[in-house]
Design a protein around this ligand. Structure first.
Ligand code: ADP
Ligand code: MG
Length: 321
């Protein structure tokens, strides 16, 4: 199958999915055109995944597609942007039809769930690598940055932390269905991260700073502290842990929650007065884990801590860049 036939068959259908409607020319011309509505800012970000570095060799193509789009869309969530469209640069060692069929299926499921239409891309031959660029829209000046945290703000995290990191131990299982329910739950968190797009949008008028947790809570909270020029205290007893992670990793569960990435939950800072007025449904999505302080540095249960490197050999698929 030629390059154009491949694009027509597998990728053009994904251009029909509804984004926000801002794409007025999709795949097929030299460039796509996105018309940014007056009064809105275009928010965009690109992420690259390399086989053997960011995902295992021979990883399931539908899972890979989901992960690639989710990881990219998570950055939109962290900015409070509404998703609109994405472009895909796909480098493939060979044009295997069954691989492409599964890949496009996973990509379509993710794209329709996240509200992203495919606006264009590039298809080349080489070692398996994917780059996904996502475009989102937000009211002018309304994007959520890392730099707005102020002393006294509460620090909140969404969902549960550490699950996807703990799953790395089970990724090489020959048959995942032979594993216990808890291990399968953790693996599902790695395979199908959910970008917190609705949560990001709900945080728009409430949070002073937001980041998505891709590298681990301490590392990513550290970015908010650096960008905002503040410090923080967190209470480990309040870190949200899944029952599965507690059972499987026992004493180690907290370590995974603090240091491991790949969950793509959000970490945000919210003034106490805003938190009081936050609707119950939103509070249920979030857990207060600490407070921003004017003294620089991070204190965990009262003890000063460096947001240092992850335990050696912990993250099999992340390069140092
Ligand atoms: P050019 O040589 O002008 O860069 P290409 O041959 O790379 O054009 O692509 C032709 C058209 O097909 C473009 O509109 C491009 O956006 C689209 N396209 C190429 N690869 C993909 C892909 N993987 N997914 C979606 N659209 C793609
Ligand atoms: Mg091209």
């Amino acid at each position: 199958m030629g390059e154009f036939e491949l694009i027509r068959q597998y990728f053009l259908p994904l251009a029909q999915l509804p984004g926000s409607g801002a794409v007025i020319v999709g795949p097929g011309d030299d460039c796509a055109i996105q018309r940014v509505p007056p009064g809105q800012d275009l928010v965009f970000s690109i992420d690259t995944l390399v086989e053997g570095v960011h995902f295992p060799l021979n990883y399931r193509p539908d899972f890979l597609a989901w992960r690639a789009l989710a990881v990219a869309a998570s950055d939109l969530a962290a900015m409070g942007a509404d998703p609109d469209c994405f472009t895909l640069a796909l480098t493939l060692p060979e044009a295997s039809e069954s691989w492409l069929r599964q890949f496009a299926h996973g990509l379509g499921r993710a794209a329709s769930q996240f509200g992203l239409s495919l606006a264009g891309g590039d298809t080349t031959r080489g070692p398996l690598t994917l780059s996904v660029q996502v475009h989102g829209l937000v009211e002018q000046g309304g994007a959520l940055l890392r730099s707005g945290a102020r002393a006294g703000d509460l620090i909140v995290a969404s969902g549960t932390l550490g699950d996807a990191g703990a799953a790395l131990d089970y990724l090489s299982a020959v048959d995942e269905h032979q594993l216990g329910n808890d291990e399968q739950f953790l693996l599902e968190r790695y395979h199908h991260p959910i970008p917190r797009l609705k949560l990001g949008a709900a945080l728009r008028s409430r949070a002073t700073a937001v980041i998505d947790i891709s590298d681990g809570l301490l590392a990513d909270l550290g970015h908010i502290l650096d960008a905002s020029g503040v410090g923080a205290s967190i209470e480990t007893a309040n870190i949200p842990l899944s029952a599965a992670l507690r059972r499987v990793k026992q004493q180690q569960a907290l370590n995974y929650a603090l240091h491991s990435g790949d969950d793509y939950e959000l970490c945000a800072t919210i003034p106490g007065s805003v938190w009081k007025e936050t609707p119950q449904w939103l509070k249920r999505e979030l857990t207060v884990i600490g407070v921003i302080e004017s003294a620089s540095g991070l204190r965990i249960d009262g003890t000063a801590t460096e947001p240092g490197p992850e335990p050696a050999g912990f993250d099999h698929f992340r390069s140092s860049v």
